[in-house]
Ligand binder design. Sequence first.
Ligand code: COI
Length: 355
Amino acid sequence: MEFRVEKAGSDLMKTKPNENSLGFGQYMADHMFVMLYDESIGWHEATIKPYEDFSLDPAAMVLHYGQAIFEGLKAYRGNNDRIYLFRPTDNLKRMNVSAARMCMPEIPEDLVYSAMKELVALDKDWVPRAEGATLYIRPTMIASEAGLGVRPARQYIFFIINCPVGAYYPEGFNPVKIFVTDKYVRAVAGGVGNVKTAGNYAASIMAAVEAQKQGYTQVLWLDAIERRFIEEVGTMNIFFLIDDELITPPLTGSILPGITRDSVLRLTKDWGFKVSEKRITIDDVYSANEKGSLQEIFGTGTAAVISPVGELNYKGRVCSINNGTTGKLAQKLFDELQAIQSGHKKDPYGWVVEI
Ligand code: COI
């Protein structure tokens, strides 16, 4: 299957926002990619076209039962206005894992990959030039069939929209304060926590809102069964540096296999760190802090890349990490990833693709 390209005329081209106050996900670029699915004909009508509203039947199944999956990756502007993507095919592979779990059709990875590159090339002026700003790419699939029976839909819309973004958290790369929740849980093995489906994010909002009311940026999620083992932080994977050992929870079914998580594991192993994917409890973290062996905590994700944690609050016990400052490893990872992602540093891993 091929895709068509309908370029926006000058009347449909939007004014670009100020690159120094982009926020996250507030402005959409001029074009989008859309492709339809029907059980009887498969994927069809693949088109890059001007950004526009959808028309959806109010009974569209995504609106009722939440068959919705998405991905997030970024385009970076490097030297000489070159544009790069970071590990894009890993996102598409993960999307198909999410699709299988949610009983949604697989996307044709090669076609979507070509369309994504062409879409970014067409909207290349939307890839920001400001330091740290990027074009966030959001591939999404929703169930569009109208009907209120609970079953897999027979019709879907897949689309890609792009938006220029700055830092994900208002704190930027500065350490965030995290509230450890033992009241809410994010996911349990056997559920859908290990795939990127919209409902996981909907379910997380109340915990985040309550944490924010108490002055915290996000929550630390504990496991759903014993409420002791650490799983994720906000919408990110989490890492601990304790006694020079870098620890992250293993992918045991309730944790999203982050692409930044995987990149951090790869880089730190190559730098000679002792790296362990193993279960760690919140009590382990507090006792390491008491002993003075807790060196750093940071989250990893596409949106924020690396997000240092400066403070935890668990049951009213406040623990300051690295005196609330960004740790050396978090800084080094952030610098290294940014340098690779924007083509400033040689990429020995084959992660970066130039458009
Ligand atoms: C990420 O860290 O990239 C995310 O998943 C956040 C996104 C939902 C905005």
